[in-house]
Write a protein that binds this ligand. Structure first.
Ligand SMILES: CC(=O)[C@@H](O)[C@H](O)COP(=O)(O)O
Ligand SMILES: NCC(=O)COP(=O)(O)O
Length: 260
């Protein structure tokens, strides 16, 4: 069992849950027909080490996470009742089938094109809003929390709230690329202002994209109320050197340092 407390309990402690994105384990696995490295085993080792959730982003071209991975991880997560399953994707493409079949704890709507290299922008509201509204309602009717992937734009938070979404996921690439440069403080201020606007409207806050061990503490110190970070690329790269367990523990230490 997960030795740490559940994400909802963490919220009350003012701490942040770590959801490990295992896309890149699948990417490596898919270069042979041998089934290694195992996505399921990677997720299990991360949960055993104290991760509070698993994230996948099954892209339409199945370049990494495949349909069977989504189902296998859903089965695994049933053995981890305190951990959360977060599925990311574009609800106008393949995402809703997964939501209907698997009913994860959370779905993150991301406005990616079918052949997107990697996610690189948030939703454009209100332009995309009316397409999203019925899909948000359907997810919520299935008991699935909905988070919208958003750029750091305080003024857009009212549109998110008006759509009835539960959370935003702050797209953090601009912070990651500014980290350690003279632009860092100014860029972080935009994230802080967006989080404050979201909190004032009762929205929950997640964050992700290019977060890593060096930049995570600074982000969480500056941005209030972050309930969950989903981290994949850097964390799996670290795990190639350190192993999953030591890597997850190290990211947890980075999170703890933000609230020390
Ligand atoms: C939604 C998001 O932030 C992405 O980071 C995404 O989940 C990663 O996708 P890739 O692993 O395909 O780059
Ligand atoms: N939602 C972001 C995510 O799951 C992982 O992004 P990255 O760490 O792979 O950039």
């Amino acid at each position: 069992m997960n030795p740490l407390v559940a994400p909802e309990a963490l919220r009350h402690e003012g701490r942040c849950a770590l959801s490990v994105n295992v896309n890149k384990v699948a990417l490596l696995r898919n270069t042979r027909h041998l089934g290694i490295p195992s996505v399921r085993r990677a997720a299990e080792l991360c949960l055993q080490a104290g991760a509070q959730g698993i994230t996948v982003h099954p892209r339409p071209d199945a370049r990494h996470i495949r349909t069977e991975d989504v189902h296998e991880l859903a089965a695994l997560l049933k053995d981890w009742p305190q951990a959360e399953y977060n599925i990311e994707g574009n609800p106008t493409q393949n995402l809703m089938d997964f939501v209907r079949q698997v009913r994860p704890h959370q779905v993150t709507f991301v406005p990616d094109a079918e052949d997107q290299f990697t996610s690189d922008h948030g939703w454009n509201l209100p332009a995309d809003g009316e397409r999203l509204r019925p899909l948000i309602e359907e997810c919520q009717a299935l008991g699935v929390r909905v988070s919208l992937f958003m750029d750091p734009m305080p003024a857009a938070m009212a549109q998110v709230a008006a759509l009835g979404a539960d959370r935003i996921e702050l797209y953090t690439e601009t912070f990651a690329s500014a980290f350690g440069t003279p632009r860092e403080a100014e860029v972080l201020a935009g994230f802080t202002a967006t989080a404050e606007a979201a909190l004032a409207l009762g929205l929950g806050i997640n964050a992700g994209h290019d977060l890593n061990r060096p930049n995570l503490t600074a982000f969480l110190k500056a941005v209030p109320g972050v309930l969950e970070v989903s981290i994949g690329h850097a964390l799996i790269a670290d795990a190639l050197e350190l192993g999953y367990a030591e890597t997850v523990r190290d990211y947890q230490r980075s999170i703890q340092r933000a609230y020390a």
